[in-house]
Design a protein around this ligand. Structure first.
Ligand code: PNW
Length: 481
């Protein structure tokens, strides 16, 4: 019989959020616009026409959020900093905004005083709008890399020894593909002229991805040379990735396509970080449209993770296609479906069209990452689900989110299985999200929180059933030592 799956007593678990999704207070203490403020003002970009102007009002409710974390028994909290609060105009020669910076240092002190380990994301998609206007933002390698490196140094210096875990970038795939190919996210560039007045989806996403990798690597170099020894901290990049099953496991072309989809989403960033080069499958399809690293750049990027940050939500079936890929293709010349050839369904529907629960895929992807990248330390930096129709329910029913409880139970156990039986070195887990928040282009109708936020009742927070369940699941898995 297999031994029971378990997690070590020092396993770091908690909850995650991001600045633009929760903070509100767009003009407080000298904050300037980010690209998301600008994007939300454009008609038709956000499903319910909303924006992050108020959101969960967390900028004014740090104490309430910490009380919620304590109530949930969280050991850690992953949150992100708004760059345009800290350097409103964004650039390396622009002034640092002390009140904005002080706000975050105080928040970190308050977390630590409550016994909660802070995990700080430097960039969760809210680029200072001025940098987009000034020089094209993420498209401009030399300017962006230097400005980001400067911003990172300002944060490292201000936080001192308080912060032990830094994430440089959240999901560069989303910034590149959703921001510069589909145009679904800020800054909304695309070749599709019905969506965007500008953009070249055949090239820009690959340039942006390249620049994000270089900016990550520069910040890591600064951290390691100037701060790591003094602070004992760790730094890594967070990559999103779903698990891909072949549509027909008997067809080697579908097996190859599933592997290729993992490479086009995960290895696009992780191969440079661990091996100093892009995957062959991407080079083969994208040719010179995929930028090259100079030898110096390759050396800088290679080895630039102290840990692997993993965001994971769902799984798909992958079917190969026979025709030549379009220049805008970013999938790897394949199709993703929710049903296999044999008619199996990947999982039940949620409120998010792209998300269907499949816990086994989490275990399989943890192993895939661990095998390919030489068993790195992994922190799961996001995992969670929305619920179909949740927003329509009366409050008393909504708080009984059994579907979400089941999701977390399946996924957290799958992770414990990966650690116990597959030798995966997973060390932490942050549930997405601590509370309902601004779900980007989906607005407020899609809820991911383990705590309900009453947007018409003064942003009051109410823990759902899942808020308690997560603590119970972790305590059960961690106490069998
Ligand atoms: C993540 N998709 O993003 C983000 O890091 C969070 O900010 C977000 O709220 C959370 O997942 C839930 O959506 C994603 O369309 C957003 O495939 C969209 C997609 C994937 C990830």
């Amino acid at each position: 019989m297999q031994p029971e799956s378990k997690l070590p007593a020092d396993f770091l678990w908690g909850f995650a959020t991001a600045s633009y999704q929760i903070e509100g207070a767009p003009h407080d203490d000298g904050r300037a616009d980010s690209i998301w403020d600008t994007f939300c003002r454009q008609p038709g970009k956000i499903a319910d026409g909303t924006n992050g102007d108020v959101a969960c009002d967390s900028y004014h409710r740090g104490a309430e959020d910490i009380a919620l974390l304590t109530e949930c028994r969280a050991k850690a909290y992953r949150f992100s900093l708004s760059w345009s609060r800290i350097i409103p105009l964004g650039g390396r020669n622009d002034p640092v905004n002390e009140p904005g910076l002080r706000h975050y240092v105080q928040f970190v002190d308050d977390l630590i005083a409550a016994g909660i380990e802070p995990m700080v994301t430097l960039y969760h998609w809210d680029l200072p709008d001025n940098l987009d206007k000034r020089y094209g933002g993420l498209l401009n390698k030399d300017e962006f890399v230097q400005d980001y490196a400067h911003y990172a140094r300002v944060v490292f210096a201000a936080m001192g020894t308080r912060v032990k875990y830094y994430v440089t970038f959240n999901e560069p795939w989303c910034s590149s593909i959703l921001g510069y190919s589909t145009g679904y996210f800020a800054p909304g560039r695309s070749s599709d002229r019905s969506k965007s007045a500008a953009g070249d989806s055949s090239r820009e996403p690959w340039i942006v991805g390249h620049n994000l990798l270089l900016a990550h690597a520069h910040a890591v170099k600064i951290f390691r040379e100037e701060f790591k020894q003094k602070t004992g901290g760790q730094i890594g990049i967070t990559l999103n990735g779903d698990y891909m099953y072949p549509w027909d496991p008997e067809d080697p072309r579908d097996v190859d396509a599933a592997q290729r989809k993992h490479e086009f989403s995960i290895s696009w960033f992780a191969d440079p970080v661990y091996f100093g080069k892009y995957p062959d499958s991407m080079r083969k399809q994208l040719k010179e449209r995929l930028p090259e690293f100079s030898p110096e750049e390759a050396a800088l990027v290679k080895g630039s993770n102290d840990f692997y940050g993993m965001n994971h939500y769902t799984a798909n079936y992958v079917k190969h296609v026979d025709s030549e890929p379009a220049p805008e293709d970013f999938l790897g010349n394949l199709e993703c479906t929710f049903e296999s050839k044999a008619g199996e369904n990947i999982g039940p529907e949620t409120q998010s069209p792209w998300l269907r629960p499949n816990g086994l895929g989490f275990r399989k992807l943890l192993k895939w990452i661990s095998d390919r990248y030489g068993r790195p330390a992994i922190y799961v930096t996001e995992n969670g689900t929305s619920l179909k129709g949740e927003n329509e329910l009366p409050l008393d029913r909504l708080l009984q989110d059994d579907f979400r409880v089941q999701y977390f139970d399946d996924y957290i156990r799958a992770m414990a299985d990966a650690r116990t039986h597959d030798g995966v070195d997973v060390r932490g887990y942050m549930a997405w999200s601590l509370m309902d928040n601004f779900e980007w282009a989906e607005g407020y109708e899609t809820r991911f929180g383990v705590c309900y936020v009453d947007y018409t009742g003064g942003q009051k927070r109410y823990p759902k059933k899942s808020a308690k369940a997560i603590g119970d699941i972790f305590e059960a898995l961690m106490k069998q030592h």
